[in-house]
Ligand binder design. Sequence first.
Ligand SMILES: Cc1cc2nc3c(=O)[nH]c(=O)nc-3n(C[C@H](O)[C@H](O)[C@H](O)COP(=O)(O)O)c2cc1C
Length: 373
Amino acid sequence: MAQANPLHTRLCEAYGVEYPIVAFAHTKDVIAAVSRAGGIGVLGAAGLDPEEIRSAIHWIRERVGDRPFGVDLLLPASFVEGNAEDLEAQIPDGHRVFVQRLKSEGNIPDPKPLDKPPTSGIGPDMLRRARAQLDVIFEERVPIFASALGSPAFLIERAREAGAPKLWGLIGLPRQARREIEAGVDVVIAAGSDAGGHSGSIGTFSLVPEVMRLARGTNTLVLAAGGVTTGAHVAAALALGADGVWCGTIWQATNESETEPFQREQLLRSNSEDAVQSRASTGKPVRMIRSKWSEAWKQPSAPEPLPMPLQGMLVADIQRAIKDHRVEDWQGVPSGQGVGAITTVKHASQVVLDMAEEALGTLERLRVEPVEA
Ligand SMILES: Cc1cc2nc3c(=O)[nH]c(=O)nc-3n(C[C@H](O)[C@H](O)[C@H](O)COP(=O)(O)O)c2cc1C
């Protein structure tokens, strides 16, 4: 009797794809390559303004045709609200003095002047800006919309009103998962603390089965995220009951990624111990490769990072300066703890195929033959 393909999960069935592998990346070329290779690419668009999002969607659609792809925004369910002036007033002087000290001790020059005010990113009017980004995503009828950081309630309503095809939500806690499942999201991405970028405190191995139990008997599918870098990780995620995987770090080490070459080098030489969590960049924990930036905020003299979006506002200029002037030892690329498994740079399509092949091989090796009567 022919064996069923263990990689053909409910996700593959629902989305008409070959592999249960989803790529989160900021480079549209990665997204197109992954969707064309039989996975699903989801573009991180939080840093793009609405018209940039529109042209990225057109670019991807021209390359992937009817294959599914998605767009992701960072929409926190909890943060400090207020206008820019009120929020600026909430930043303590001691924090500003500390950032100035880092700037002078690190010989970090001033940032280059901006030619236009930022229209995206983490700041005082992030939700207003996110609404404008959302309008484009829904107008363009992107097949999948994903939202990180717990999703504010308005989003789910807005998506339903717009007849958004599929709604996915990233969560780091079971209670967030419960809320999203009750709201009827199509896919919950259970992102363990191993994950690169914003990440919580519960490991992938513990979080995924708990979320699976919450989703049982509903129409919501569950993806495992956080530390998924190899085919063995994919096999482990399926063993935990997940319908597929969502990975981020690995795509930064692909030929198509716009990740800076020095950041790729950081990934190639790092292991799990180097991928530390810090609240210094946004106010919520972000996992990134250790650098002078993350270390500076761990000094005993460092203040406690502020909540979102105050911390992002406090450090916006120094972070821009670090990027503008390519101050490499002060930049740690966001990375998950699975980084130790990244040893070469490949094409994104090859990553998909290698992961699938290794996952199949792993599952085959573990297959227990029925005992002969
Ligand atoms: C460079 C980088 C940037 C990220 N930015 C976002 C983001 O803007 N929105 C989002 O939903 N998740 C973001 N994430 C988190 C990913 O969606 C995903 O949860 C994570 O990468 C999975 O863990 P892994 O990195 O171990 O594969 C980012 C991850 C990385 C590595």
